[in-house]
Write a protein that binds this ligand. Structure first.
Ligand code: ZN
Length: 207
């Protein structure tokens, strides 16, 4: 069975639900990632509670993951032109720049991307941040321009599952990144949003 993330917002009502597909329908610890065959298909090798296994990712899926990672790091570019695997990490050529992601970083990211999809995290946007709830564990984390309040981000400096859930939620609703969303939350536009949110809140309360 494939588990999906059901992200919801109480502030913006209509059709804002989105889903992310997990890479693997179990918690994973990635050992390696490589490109396989003439077609250069990305493959991850990982450990789960049921043993060691490997899975091919579609090129499009892998590219989306790389984009997601770079955009959360708030690096502005429109698209990835190409990537290649080096000894210690992945070289990425974007339109106006180049990036290098070490393997340990991309492993950690894909593990958390998968976790964000497996757990039914709920994202709620505010004017200055996004509040991400884990309904199973009852935990809450706050994501803003500086990062996230959770231990994974604060102590391990990883791109955490809350940032990933927030980013994918914003993207599915037409925002490029959290920075872009927060930047827009000033002046008239934001006042209009607040009014719309107040209307929804009134409706929720039955006023
Ligand atoms: Zn976090």
């Amino acid at each position: 069975m494939v588990h999906c993330i059901g992200i919801k917002s109480t502030h913006f009502s209509e059709k804002l639900n989105s889903e992310i597909q997990p890479l693997v329908p179990l918690e994973i610890k990635i050992e390696s990632i490589k490109l396989v065959g003439i077609a250069q298909i990305p493959q991850i090798v990982y450990i789960t509670s049921k043993g060691r296994c490997s899975t091919f990712l579609s090129k499009a899926k892998f590219l989306n993951c790389l984009l997601c990672f770079l955009q959360i790091k708030q690096r502005h570019f429109s698209k990835i032109i190409s990537y290649n695997f080096q000894t210690y990490g992945i070289n990425i050529n974007a339109e106006n720049s180049k990036y290098f992601i070490v393997y340990s970083e991309i492993h950690a990211f894909l593990e958390r991307y998968n976790r964000a999809a497996l757990e039914k995290l709920e994202v709620e946007l505010t004017a200055v941040s996004s509040v991400v709830r884990n309904p199973i564990k009852g935990t809450v984390a706050e994501v803003n321009n500086l990062g996230c309040s959770c231990p994974d981000m604060v102590y391990r400096h990883n791109v955490c599952k809350h940032q990933i859930a927030t980013h994918l939620y914003l993207q599915s609703n037409g925002w490029g990144s959290l920075a872009e969303y927060l930047q827009q939350n000033t002046g008239k536009k934001w006042e209009e949003k607040l009014l719309a949110m107040a209307e929804v809140a009134k409706y929720d309360l039955g006023i």
